[in-house]
Design a protein around this ligand. Structure first.
Ligand code: NAD
Ligand code: TYD
Length: 365
């Protein structure tokens, strides 16, 4: 164990107060060292200070314990390094902690990587989910939340949104692996009666997002006078939601969602990629001339769009962060955390960045 992983796990159970022990929940967060998982851990610890949190993460290139420095010394938090796709690792965490809840974020999450190397996406996203489901059944987990994505529905024409009954039509290996995992969640409920939910969210933005996704790539490159790679003609559309609004939705589903149900979580905040990039540049008070159109992503979905009326009507969820305010805050966060990105840039990410983008650069007229 490294310094950051080391924790006296037995202190975890040290309370002699039985009432306190009964009211608390042990929550297993998988992938808690990534972007959304680390934001959710901070959110959950603030909302439920009595909960015990176990962060189970393989620490792939995208897992970064620096995302959690604010809470790493909290006695209600413990980190365990492990692979969701390795039954021994998963058994170990269930044996030690017997969690009440599982919130499953761990995944290979980047579409461009999935096009280059799909195998690891099946390993982690499909097999990893099944292994976690099996142990959750064995240990009588009270609720298993699968963090899924709008990408499982595939691309949508303009003016069309899909509800939870729309057909699954993934178009890239990442989306296919997430759709497959969603089907295994369904099976866990239908066959074994496990208490599960699936949350399908639109694109998230916020602090600690790994600098391979559009928004952090653009902010970081713009601040460093580097080219801003826009795939294709930049007219593809994404719907952007602040990660804190996603965290609130997960909290509601975990505590109040009807078991077996899928909940779409979208923000009604559509942007063409090129317009979003220009908006960020305007906020940064920088000109557009760093924009560079590059060869399009293979199978690039034109648009995702969720109908989220179910979670709004059933659980009273709505977005609370206006995008123009949220993006301002997030730009400021990245500006004041350039060292966070630079640490990442000095590692594996740079090799990946060069491999993907060097081949893609299109000569400008
Ligand atoms: P991320 O890539 O930032 O983090 C993924 C985390 O999972 C990392 O900490 C990584 O180390 C860990 N991990 C990877 N493989 C693992 C394994 N085999 N065992 C244990 N841990 C492993 O991803 P993110 O953007 O935070 O996304 C989290 C979840 O939310 C994913 O399931 C993703 O599909 C889903 N999602 C993301 C978005 C988005 O906009 N980022 C939108 C909708 C849904
Ligand atoms: P991304 O952040 O990778 O999320 P997703 O593919 O899961 O939606 O990409 C968001 C959009 O931005 C998508 O249409 C692809 C595009 N994009 C670029 O144009 N340039 C980039 O460098 C990246 C990473 C994405």
């Amino acid at each position: 164990m490294t310094k950051k992983e080391k924790k006296d796990v037995f202190n975890f159970y040290s309370s002699d107060d039985q009432e306190k022990k009964d009211s608390t929940k042990i929550v297993l967060i998988t992938g808690g060292a990534g972007f959304i998982g680390s934001n959710f851990i901070r959110y959950l610890m603030k909302q439920y200070p009595e909960y015990k949190i176990i962060n189970f993460d393989k620490l792939t290139y995208a897992g970064n314990l620096n995302n959690l420095t604010l809470i790493e010394e909290d006695p209600n938090y413990v980190f365990l390094k492990g692979d969701a796709a390795n039954p021994e690792d998963v058994k170990n965490v269930f044996e030690q902690f017997s969690p009440n809840f599982v919130v499953h974020f761990a995944a290979e999450s980047h579409v461009d990587r999935s096009i280059l190397n799909p195998d690891i996406f099946l390993q982690t996203n499909v097999l990893g989910t099944q292994i976690l489901l099996s142990y959750s059944r064995e240990y009588n987990v009270e609720r298993f939340i699968q963090i899924s994505t709008d990408e499982v529905y595939g691309s949508m024409e303009k003016n069309i949104s899909c509800n939870e009954y729309a057909k699954l039509a993934p178009n890239n290996p990442y989306a296919a692996s997430k759709a497959s995992a969603d089907l295994l969640i369904r099976v866990a409920h239908q066959t074994y009666g496990q208490k599960v939910n699936i949350i399908r969210a639109c694109n998230n933005y916020g602090p600690y997002q790994f600098p391979e996704k559009l928004i952090p790539v653009i902010i970081y490159n713009a601040l460093n006078n580097k080219e801003l790679p826009i795939f294709g003609d930049g007219t593809n559309i994404r719907n952007w939601m602040h990660v804190d609004d996603h965290c609130r939705a997960i909290d509601l589903v975990l505590h109040k969602g009807r078991s077996g149900e899928i909940y779409n979580v979208g923000a009604d905040n559509e942007w063409e990629n090129i317009k979003l990039v220009k908006h960020i540049l305007k906020e940064l008070k920088l000109p557009d001339d760093l924009i560079q159109f590059v060869i399009d992503r293979k199978g690039h979905d034109f648009r995702y769009s969720l109908d989220s009326s179910k979670i709004k009507q059933e659980l009273g969820w709505k977005t609370t962060i206006d995008f123009k305010d949220g993006i301002k805050q997030v730009i400021d966060w990245y500006k004041s955390h350039l060292d966070w990105i630079e640490e990442i840039q000095s590692g594996e990410y740079m090799k990946y960045f060069e491999r993907v983008y060097k081949e893609r650069i299109v000569e400008q007229d």
